[in-house]
Design a protein around this ligand. Sequence first.
Ligand SMILES: [Zn+2]
Length: 134
Amino acid sequence: MIRRPRNDRPGSANFRASIERKGNPAYLAALRQMYSTSKPARIPDNWRDRQPDPATYYGQHVAKLGKPNGTGWAQGVCPFHDDHNKSLSVCITGKRGGWRCFAGCGGGDLVGFHSRLRGLDFRAAVRELLEVRG
Ligand SMILES: [Zn+2]
């Protein structure tokens, strides 16, 4: 068994210096990520605060959206199936922007709605939503 010197444990300054010197790929990748300024896929931590107002967003993306009921949910035409009965219910108060289709298309939050509507993954949907707002 090989014993490391006491001051060369993982996590110690000496240990970090030694793997840096040896060019440990994982460590160098972590360093690059830490100091990189170009992070094209990065989502701001406060994205939930910056996403569009659900009332505005759903007003633009849901046909025949009605007035909200007492709990903030409004009915409109579901864009995910051939809907004739306003099967979609969206929450236009609060931040999350919940939605549910009672004809079986499922439900989720505003990001999930946008990603499904536009065929984007979660990250792409968030980025597009933030850009939509400017
Ligand atoms: Zn539906």
